[in-house]
Design a protein around this ligand. Structure first.
Ligand code: SF4
Length: 373
């Protein structure tokens, strides 16, 4: 990671109370302003004529990328500069690639399956990232692709047939050394060639490699269930932890609701929303889902951070003018917020509050047993 503004400032004339303090020759009003801009690479280090050699060396070292980024076949591989995603965020998600041998029987069918595979999760369409061809024929396709020869010679480190223990140790050592030493010999992104016949073992190993620290996985075999699992895991690992996934705060409609339909409420945390939305889509009755603004926090987190309060819910309903749109006067809130029932009923005059389920998967049973019988 680069130097912070304060780390840079310590080396400048203002911090040392030296001559030239805040002289503005760098084009910034103060040494502190220059330090802050330099930390974001918004000014050249040479703009200040009083920067010491010590700071120049330190800046050069801290700005050096520990891992190279390689562009190949339409995907970016590597470029990571932290060990843990809470330190910053990971840059390029682990590339999931499938090997297709065009000398083998039935390769066209495998190609068609891989090209057409996609899953939708949390507003994202997830597909195989790259097809790697081996064999005499390289078909002319628009899908991201590369030959095995090109892949092996593009500068990545290629690991195959090493067994789980050796491979996982090598991955961890390689990334740790790259981040800590920034030495050239550790800077190559790493691809693991995944072979074997047991899908469960392949899936378990690959899940580990996605977490620590493969930049790319190349699979001999393509299995839709396994790719769905690994893509789901990868999406969670490579989500920016500083930006919670959120959906728009509004009223969502399921199965053409009318004024008497069920009304549910939750926050705009994307994972909660999609879990609830999935259940509501599959209910035998239509419904509304009111999604309140909560900076992408889940219901309990939002409540504890005062992003889900009775006043805010009341304001949301008024802003949406919801009371005038429906005759149903019952709002079902998440079971985790049962303690807010009275408070909500005091604040929201037009509606009665019904405490729903803690888990989304229980909504269907809840509706069948409590509301529709
Ligand atoms: Fe400070 Fe800028 Fe003057 Fe350098 S050039 S001493 S950073 S004000």
């Amino acid at each position: 990671m680069g130097l912070s503004g304060l780390q840079i400032f310590k080396y400048l004339p203002a911090a040392k109370k030296a001559e030239n303090t805040n002289c503005k020759q760098c084009g910034c009003p103060t040494c502190m302003a220059y330090a802050m801009k330099l930390s974001k690479c918004q000014v050249d280090i040479s703009a200040c004529p009083f920067v010491s050699d010590e700071l120049k060396d330190l800046f050069e070292y801290s700005s050096k990328q520990p891992q190279k980024t390689i562009d190949i076949g339409g995907v970016k591989i590597g470029g990571e500069n932290v060990l843990y995603r809470h330190e910053k965020t990971f840059i390029n998600k682990t590339v999931l690639a499938v090997l297709i041998d065009t000398d083998a029987k039935g390769w066209q069918k495998k190609l068609e399956t891989v090209e057409n595979f996609e899953i939708k999760r949390v507003n994202e369409v997830l597909k195989v990232d790259l097809i790697v061809f081996k064999g005499k024929e390289i078909p002319d396709i628009t899908f991201n692709h590369v030959s095995l020869g090109e892949l092996k010679s593009c500068g990545i480190k290629f690991i195959e047939n090493n067994g789980f223990k050796t491979t996982s140790k090598e991955l961890i050592d390689m990334r740790t050394n790259a981040i800590k030493t920034k030495e050239e010999k550790f800077s190559a992104p790493v691809c693991v060639h995944i072979t074997g016949a047991d899908d469960n073992k392949i899936c378990a190993k690959s899940a580990f490699y996605i977490c620590k620290y493969a930049n790319m996985l190349l699979f001999d075999k393509f299995d839709e269930a396994m790719f769905s699992t690994l893509m789901t895991l990868r999406q969670n690992i490579f989500t920016d932890p500083q930006k919670p996934l959120q959906v728009e705060s509004k009223i969502y409609e399921f199965n053409n609701p009318d004024e008497n339909s069920l009304i549910f409420m939750t926050t705009n945390f994307a994972l909660t929303f999609f879990a609830v939305a999935n259940e509501l889509e599959n209910l035998p009755v239509p419904s509304y889902l009111i999604v309140t603004p909560a900076d992408g926090m889940s219901v309990l987190t939002a409540w504890s951070a005062e992003k889900f309060t009775a006043k805010m819910v009341s304001k949301t309903l008024k802003n949406l003018d919801f009371a005038s749109k429906v005759k149903n006067r019952k709002i079902i809130i998440p079971g985790l917020l049962a303690h807010m029932k009275e408070e909500l009923e005091e604040e929201i005059e037009d509606f009665e509050i019904v405490v729903g389920t803690v888990d989304a998967y229980a909504i269907s049973d809840f509706v069948n047993k409590t509301l529709c019988m």
